[in-house]
Design a protein. Sequence first.
Length: 92
Amino acid sequence: MSLPDKSDRQAYKPGQTVPATGIYAVVHDLHRPEHEVVAIRGEEFPPCRICRDEVRFYVANQVPHMMHDFDLAGPGNRALKRRARAANKGTE
């Protein structure tokens, strides 16, 4: 079984919302080789300083953010309660 080539991958453009947390391949318009970045679901894909809106992002590996994982951040998680208490500490 062969891996799909880049033409089969979903391309994301600057300004679009990151659909899933993970590692994304970044493909620039001629000035830089492909490289990888981490993007968090809900963030916006940025333009490149050089090739601007010609840069494209492709999912390389979906990896859930720890705060998007039900078992780590779901209801009843003590870490979330501690964080909430710490945030309210200065307002009491």
